[in-house]
Design a protein around this ligand. Structure first.
Ligand code: BG6
Length: 467
């Protein structure tokens, strides 16, 4: 079993997590600027200083056989207020960055929105306000035209589910609201509408490249597969994270089952999802035009029925065993005997990636291609005697690549894999001690050091064989 010769072995990044220079070079504000400052736990500056260090990072890509890089454009570097006035310095920065990618033979896969709505739009309701939907379409159209000679692979959004659930259910993203199912679903719907409008704008422009969306998926298993209540709980969570967005992506509407469960969950906080017929018309057209799905995949969940009080606690420190996720009427996430977890309580369950890939092929046969746009392991890397031995990460990635190959063998069309992350960068809700990179960053000096995983990944990308 080996990967095809044109398989992409990439590394992923996100603007706000790595660029630094958050208020420099004309960049507009995002809600995270104040949110992180208020929490006082860590700062977004200088982060990995990608704004200045990108030539070094791309050189490392070339040296280590990494032939693709996921980059996101910071919307507020282009339009500081989300719409209107353009910041030329920001526009030029991405031209230089894409040019450098091509010079180094590293294909850029570009995401337009990775958790960073400009603050002006955010304060007006973010994607709960249709004004943001139209502003996104304009921003996307501007980028398609401006970068048409440099970017072939586009993604509209990164992880709609993560944005909406962290913003409105878990409370870990600005503004820290909790347990509001209706806002989460409504915002997911409007983000899918914004995605659809951007896809149609791209196709109308008749550009030479391709476009899709990145969704964050997790297979949801009933904790006790013989218990009806647990089966229902797993289905609730599946609709919340997976099926609602997959329906919207591939069908352009929500199936009766999806809608019924979504409305049931919205009713938990006396809300109701509002979907206009005209939205669905747009989404249906766009669904046919998507060229691929980006799938971020880290873990699965085992869900048990739960009817107690809402109780979510985010383990943001890496103290194993401290996280709790219990949503009244939805379900409770459980650990499972025999399935290990990271220090942040993320289940290590690579077989589930196979299950998810095969499910997409079966449930949505109209899908065209899939890229694994993120997968990787958060770890407290140690720098000892000039060596960073991250064997657990190698093991994690190897096991996922093994099941990925098995899915390809089972007929799923997967074209590439991007490890999260290319180099170390801060984690939105966990700070700097949760590292993911192939390259270690000493944040005092901004020097990069390859971890053991970088050497291992180089071998795989060069031979296309898993060992
Ligand atoms: C994905 C995001 O959700 O997972 C990344 O696209 C993020 O931005 C990554 O950093 C890992 O999650 P976390 O919470 O460990 O940083």
């Amino acid at each position: 079993m080996r990967f095809a010769n044109d398989f992409i072995f990439g590394g992923a990044t996100a603007a706000y997590q790595c660029e630094g220079s958050t208020r420099e070079y004309g960049k507009g504000k995002v809600a995270w600027d104040d949110f992180l400052a208020e929490k006082g736990r860590f700062q977004a500056n200088p982060a990995s200083d990608f704004y200045h260090q990108y030539p070094v990072d791309l050189k490392l890509c070339k040296m280590f056989g990494i032939n693709g890089i996921r980059i996101s454009i910071a919307w507020s570097r282009i339009f500081p207020d989300g719409t209107g006035k353009i910041n030329q310095q920001g526009v030029d920065f991405y031209h230089q960055l894409f040019k450098e990618c091509h010079k180094k033979g590293v294909e850029p896969f570009v995401t337009l929105h990775h958790f960073d709505t400009p603050n002006t739009l955010f304060q007006k309701g973010d994607f709960l306000n249709k004004e943001t939907v139209d502003a996104f379409e304009k921003y996307a159209s501007y980028c398609f035209e401006e970068y048409k000679d440099e970017v072939t692979y586009w993604f509209t959004f990164n992880e709609i589910w993560a944005v909406c659930t962290n913003q409105y259910i878990e409370g870990t993203f600005p503004n820290g609201e909790k347990y509001n199912m209706t806002k989460a679903f409504q915002s997911m719907h409007y983000m899918m509408l914004a995605h659809s409008k951007a896809v149609l704008a791209y196709k109308k422009g008749d550009y030479k490249g391709k476009i899709g969306i990145v969704q964050s998926l997790e297979y949801k298993y009933p904790y006790n597969e013989n218990k009806l209540e647990d089966i229902i709980a797993a289905k609730n969570e599946d609709v919340l994270q997976n099926q609602f967005l997959l329906d919207a992506t591939f069908l352009g509407y929500y199936s009766d089952e999806t809608l019924k469960i979504a409305q049931k969950l919205c009713a938990l906080n006396q809300g109701m999802l509002d979907i206009e017929e005209s939205d669905l018309e747009i989404m249906k057209k766009a669904a046919k035009e998507n060229d691929y799905l980006g799938m971020n995949y880290y873990q699965s969940r085992f869900i048990q029925a739960y009817d107690g009080e809402n109780d979510i606690y985010h383990n943001g420190t890496g103290e194993k065993g401290t996280s709790r996720f219990r949503l009244k009427g939805v379900g409770e996430r459980m650990n499972k005997e025999g399935i290990d977890r990271t220090d942040w309580d993320w289940l290590i369950h690579p077989e589930s990636m196979f299950d998810m890939l095969v499910r997409i092929k079966q449930q949505y046969p109209q899908y065209k291609a899939i890229y694994i746009t993120e997968n990787g392991m958060g770890y407290k890397d140690d720098f000892e005697d000039g060596i960073i031995d991250d064997t657990p990460r190698i093991d994690y990635v190897r096991r996922h690549l093994y099941y990925l190959l098995k899915a390809i063998e089972a007929g799923v069309n997967v074209k590439g894999y991007f490890i999260w992350s290319l180099m170390d960068m801060f984690s939105w809700t966990n700070g700097y001690n949760k590292r993911y990179g192939l390259f270690y960053i000493d944040y005092k000096t901004q020097k990069r050091y390859p971890k053991a995983s970088a050497y291992w990944y180089k071998y795989i990308s060069q031979t296309k064989e898993l060992f």
